[in-house]
Each structure stands twice: as C-alpha cells, then as structure tokens.
Design a protein around this ligand. Structure first.
Ligand SMILES: *Cc1c(COP(=O)(O)O)cnc(C)c1O
Length: 734
C-alpha cells in the first residue's frame, strides 16, 4: 500500500521552482547544524522549535552577507545616485520566506529541513511579524524597498526601530483588547547593530544669533543607534539596506546639568530619552499632536540626514544632484527645515543656495485628504522642542508668501489658504504645505488632482502588490478558530478587511468591532440560518494574516464613501489574487475599473460629484431610514438590543451616530449596495461567468505592481534609470 503523502511530498510534487541542488542541500544541513551548535549553543536533545527557526534563519542569512557587502562595495565604487526613502513606518511582516524566495533557496531549505526531520513551514510560523506599521502606508514602504532592490536602485530605507510595533489585537468577550507587541523578545536574526555609526540628535535649547551666524545651544542630546536590515532584490544578487534608528541615552544623560536627583535617579531617567523609539503610534489616518510623536519625527530625520551627508561627503562626484529623498507622507517633513539648518547654520551656505538644494532633493507623497489625518503641529510645541526649526519654517513661509503675493496681488484669501502657518486660537504649522513648498515633486497614492492646495503638481499613481503565497486558507481557518464551523464548498468568502483593527481609544471603531462580534453570536447560533451563513471576526489582522486571507477570498468589499479613501491597496491585492470587487468609485477602485473594465467589477453607490452635491443640499439619514423598511428594521434591531440581549442599549450611540451625524453618509449608498450584492449572488451561481470576470481582473492587475510604480518614481521623480541587470554573485558561505 502506498504511504500517504506528507506536506513536504505535496510541496515537492506541486513545485514548479525546479529541484534543489544536492550539494546545496548538504551545505545547508551542515550550516544549520553549525548554527545550532555555535550560535544557539544547543544540541538536538534540548533544542526547541524556536532554536530550529533561529538556526534556519541564520543559515539563510549567511547567504545574504556576501551579497550585501558586495552590493555596498559596488555602490561605493560606482557612486550612483542614491535614493533615501524616509518613513515613520515599515510594515515588513516576516523575512525568512521572502529571503529564501529572492535567493532561490526555498526548495533546498525545504529539502534540508526535511532530511533533518523538521517541517520548514512549522519553523517559518515561529517568526514574529516585523509590525512596524499601521496599514497601507507602512506596507507601501516595505513593498517599495523590495522593488527598489529588485530594480537595482541604490536605495536606503530610513525609519525607527520601534521596540513595540503595532499592538496585538485580542478579542475578549467580543471586545477588542490590545496587547504589547514585544517582537524583539527572542532577538531579531535579521538586524545588525552598528554602534560605530551612532549619531547625536538635539532637542529643546535656545537659538543664539551672533556675528558668526546662528547657533542652537543648550540642547538635550539623545543618541541614535542604527540597526541595519538587509533588503534583497529578486534573484539579482543586490542587497540594499533598511537602517532603523534606536534611541540611546548618552552616558552623561541628566548627570552634567541636572544632577539634582543624583546618580541613581540619572540612570533611571535614561528611560525618558530612550522612550523615543519605544512604541509605534497606532494611528492610521489620524493625527494625534503628542510631543513624543514629534520627537520621533525629528529623531529619524536628524539622524538620517547626518548619515546622508556623511555618505555624500565621502562620495566621488560630490554632486547634490546625486541624492534624492522621498518623504512618505508628512511624517518626515522636518527633513526640509533640518536640511536648511545644516546647510545654512553649519555648512554656511547662502539661504537661496541651500533652498535650491533642498527643493531639488526632496519629494513628497501624500496619502490622505481626510482632515483629521493632516498633521498640524501647534507652534508652541515647536518653539519649545525645536526652536531653530520654527525660525526656519517662518523664514520659508515669509519667502513663500512673498512669491504668492507677487503672483496674485491683493488675493489675501489665497495667502491665508496657502500659508504654512494657520492662524487661530492655537497657531499651527501645516506640514502638508511645508512639504509641497519644499519639494520638487508631489504625488498622491492615487488620483487626487482635485486636492486644491497648490496647483499644479504631477499626478502619479502608486501601487503595491503581494507575491501570492499558495497557502491553503481553509486548513488555516480550521486551526485558528476556537469553535469549528462548517463551510460549504460553495461558500463565498466575503472579506471586508477595512477597520479590522481599531486604534485604542478610537471609540466608534471599537463599537463597530463589538457589533460585528455580536452579530456573529446571534447569526452563528441561529437554527434557521444554520450552516448557510457564518460571521467570523479574524482577530489581529497583520501582514502574515493578509498573506493567508487575500489569496483565499472570492469577494473583496471596498465600500468607502466616494472621496474618502485616497487609494487603498488591499483592493489591488485581492484583484491580483483572484477575488472580484464590490466597491464604490473611490480610491484605486476607479483605476481597477479602468484596467479590468467597469463591467468586471461590481460598482455601486454615489460618485464624488454626487457626494459633493449632497454636501451642498444636506444629507438626511432619516429619510433613508423612513423610506427603506429593511434598513429601518436592521437599525431598530441593532439599537433595540436584538444583537445585545444582555445590554439592550449597547449600540444605541452607534445607531444614533448613523442617523444624526454620520460624516460618511453610509445610508445614502445602502440601497444600491444591497442591489449590487444581489447581482454578486446571482453571478456566483454561474461559475463560468464568475471565473471569466476573475480572469479579466487578474489580467488587468499588472499596473498595480510596486515594480511598475517604482520604475515610474525612478524616472519621473528621482531622475534615475531602473535596471533588471544582475550584479556578480559572491561565493556563498561554505
Ligand atoms: C495592504 C495592507 C493594508 C492596507 O489595506 P487597505 O485595504 O488598503 O487599507 C493594511 N494592513 C495590511 C496587513 C496590509 O497588507
């Protein structure tokens, strides 16, 4: 009788990646055992699964080292134009599999671990996600690093090495509970600390204007300690660097000037300085004007610019045209005044010379038009924390308004609208305006030419993709939910990942999550509904979960009110992976419809002009509630406690919000949405027609590749030429 196939056998059978070289496998086994012994200091009697993961990770990492060093040598010798991608977020997820794929090591590692009696997938599952991002903006940065390496660009990602990334979401009695993401607890095999490149970053203090120029003095210093992570290109032997800064207190912190509490207190207070890189702010599309966040934003920019300038001064050609800086949203906007400070105060350039360099170097990517997300920092906060930068921003604004005044004489309203400083009860700095004025190129993550701030600017579009992973979603689902539920093979996996995870304190989002779990409790136990419909809230959405959900989905819901989603990138991932989209004409849905044909998406609801017209006329939620019996019944059930029998008024406020002050006007799209869902259901019964649309979608999704996007950034923003050429491979480790 034939033995049943193991997972390993199946992977080997379906593999289209070619056979693993025999020598390669033997070397991998040797190196795995060497790492288990010398790096992890374990033998196989006492080694844990985690030890085996680390042994495998270190084995794979060894294959990066030669390529990494060679790539950096190559850049040093050739001295190509450098591009610096500065971002407060890099949502990387796991590294092991991506590295094996890019270095063509996956089959050999699978075979080697198998021969050692281990299951590679089980080991891969031990890796923590690097969750240094909230969502689309952070994932975009991660995909861009990947594509920049694949396209042979001399690129660097610069950010913060948060000790705690995006929180882990637990659902407890239906409610979201946040847990600290202690991702570094067991160590990170992919990073290399570089204490020799530590840099000082200054805060507070005061400004002295003297005959020799301007001095920023009496500052407090925090050190920025860099950690480097390799970024391999796809099978081209290029390995770029992501450099993340960690905050370190200097040895004399609080001793010299503030030695009131004495030595012990001074050592304990080192935490205050080191808190700068402690935790990622879990705000997606929301501005929270906290001083610690402003410190983070300056910290990354100040440390990074010192690095950029050091590398520039060491370069052969020494031309400022050979440096490009891309700002991922306004979060690193301080790069503009910081570069001015260095060039004018330290390097003693004239203002106009310095400004010319800054504008030609910097470019800015806008991510949102939602007013609550726009960074507007109180001037007072700046005055205290970064007094010299405030002066510089005032001078930038003075010159900017002088120019606008000459272009539009007498147009006072325009001056007020375009000023970097917003007057009012609390004076604020508009960081988007600062970025627009200080950049030579501004792009949005999707079509947003109607933003109406400073016309004209180039209107590129940018996209990201996932490499689709062949993960069997059903088996994952089975193993990850507490109460097994039966799925029919014809079930539609209808996924709506929007607002899966609510930032703590964001009350409405948390109540929506509670409502979903409450509906699940009722629907999943309803004898009449039976097994026909199940509502399951998959907790802790993150890169690793997205990689499983997205390829397994049939229908992707992208249902934001038109004009509120700048882009969306989840929608593109679903499209590329064979889901159909039900969505509004918003964000990138518009371009997906363009590429695949509108008839191959399920488009419903108001268009942007409809929404604008409704804004003028006034939105009356009650009129929909009174006219549509089904909607009325649903709202009455929710607010009346049908889904919360133990606490009838639990969702009263949520329903009241929908009826009386819903900024997103969701009732206005309700009827059309239901009609459209009926079309979805009808088509799903016709697999041939459904599949036809799927094929049109996949075929039309090519534009949404981050490689395509980065090629366009390279040519149109950075004046660089992307290339698919390989560099020479080093001899791999023995
Ligand atoms: C792509 C992605 C996002 C962004 O999704 P949107 O639907 O565009 O908001 C958020 N989180 C993860 C883990 C992602 O992979």
């Amino acid at each position: 009788m034939a033995k049943p196939l193991t997972d390993h056998d199946k992977r080997k059978q379906i593999s289209v990646r070619g056979l693993a070289g025999v020598e390669n496998v033997a070397d991998l086994k040797t190196n795995f055992n060497r790492h288990l012994h010398f790096t992890l200091v374990k033998d196989r009697n006492v080694a844990t699964k985690r030890d085996y993961y680390f042994a495998l990770a270190n084995t794979v990492r060894d294959h990066l080292v030669g390529r990494w060093i060679r790539t950096q040598q190559h850049y040093y010798e050739k001295d190509p134009k450098r591009v610096y991608y500065i971002s407060l977020e890099f949502y990387m997820g796991r590294t092991l599999q991506n590295t094996m794929v890019n270095l063509a090591l996956e089959n050999a590692c699978d075979e080697a671990t198998y021969q050692l009696g281990l299951d590679m997938e089980e080991l891969q599952d031990i890796e923590e996600d690097a969750g240094l991002g909230n969502g689309g903006l952070g994932r975009l940065a991660a995909c861009f690093l990947d594509s920049m390496a694949t396209l042979g660009l001399a690129a660097y990602g610069y950010g913060i090495r948060y000790e705690f990334g995006i929180f882990n979401q637990k659902i407890v009695n239906g409610w979201q509970v946040e847990e600290a993401d202690d991702w570094l607890r067991y160590g990170n095999p992919w990073e290399k600390a570089r204490p020799e490149y530590m840099r000082p970053v200054h805060f507070y203090g005061r400004v002295e204007h003297t005959d020799e120029g301007v001095k920023w003095v009496d500052t407090q210093v925090v050190l920025a300690l860099p950690y480097d992570t390799p970024v391999p290109g796809y099978r081209n032997n290029i390995v770029n660097t992501m450099r993340l800064w960690s905050a370190k207190a200097p040895c004399d912190f609080n001793l010299k000037d503030f030695n009131v509490g004495g030595y012990i207190q001074a050592v304990l207070d080192r935490n205050l300085a080191e808190n700068i890189s402690r935790v990622l702010y879990p705000n997606d599309n929301f501005f929270e004007g906290k001083e610690l966040r402003l410190k983070q934003e300056y910290f990354v920019v100040a440390a990074t610019l010192q690095d950029i300038i050091r590398r520039f001064k060491a370069s052969k050609f020494g031309s400022t045209e050979f440096v490009a800086i891309q700002l991922n949203d306004t979060h690193p906007a301080l790069a503009i005044p910081e570069m001015m400070r260095i060039l004018v105060d330290v390097e003693k350039l004239l203002w106009d010379q310095a400004w010319d360099i800054v504008v030609h170097t910097c470019a800015y990517t806008n991510h949102t038009v939602l007013p609550e997300a726009l960074e507007r920092w109180p001037v007072d906060l700046f005055h205290n924390l970064l007094p010299r930068h405030l002066e510089i921003i005032y001078e930038i604004n003075r010159r900017h308004l002088e120019r606008i005044g000459k272009l539009y004489p007498g147009d006072m309203d325009r001056l007020r609208r375009m000023s970097l400083i917003e007057e009012g009860n609390v004076k604020k700095i508009n960081m988007a305006h600062l970025c627009i004025v200080g950049s030579h190129a501004v792009n949005g993550v999707a079509l947003m030419c109607n933003m109406n701030i400073v016309p004209p600017w180039p209107c590129l579009t940018s996209y990201i993709v996932y490499s689709s992973l062949s993960v069997t979603f059903l088996s994952f689902l089975w193993s990850s939910i507490a109460t097994p539920v039966v799925f029919h093979s014809l079930s539609v996996f209808d996924t709506c990942p929007e607002s899966f995870q609510a930032a703590p304190g964001y009350h409405t989002a948390k109540m929506i999550i509670r409502l979903i779990t409450a509906i699940g409790d009722i629907v999943n136990n309803d004898p009449i509904v039976g097994d026909r419909l199940k509502v399951i809230f998959l907790e802790n959405y993150r890169v690793t979960l997205a990689e499983k959900i997205i390829p397994a989905s049939d229908l992707s819901e992208q249902i934001s009110t038109a004009g509120t989603e700048a882009s969306g990138t989840g929608n593109m991932k679903f499209m590329l992976n064979g889901a159909l989209t039900i969505g509004t004409m918003d964000g990138a849905n518009v371009e997906m419809a363009e590429e695949a044909g509108e008839e191959n998406l399920f488009i419903f609801g108001m268009r942007v002009p409809d929404v604008e017209a409704m804004d003028k006329k006034g939105y009356d939620a009650m009129s929909y509630y009174n006219r549509i019996p089904e909607l009325k019944q649903a709202m009455d059930q929710i607010s009346g406690g049908f889904f919360s029998p133990n606490q009838a008024d639990l969702f009263k406020d949520l329903v009241s919000m929908l009826m009386h002050h819903d900024r997103f006007k969701v009732f206005a799209d309700y009827e059309d949405y239901i009609k459209c869902q009926d079309k979805v259901s009808a088509l799903y019964k016709n697999p041939k027609e459904w599949t036809k649309k799927v094929i049109h979608n996949i075929a039309g999704s090519g534009k949404f590749s981050s490689d395509r996007t980065i090629s366009q950034y390279a040519r149109e923003i950075w004046d660089m030429e992307p290339s698919l050429e390989k560099i020479a491979a080093p001899d791999d480790p023995r």
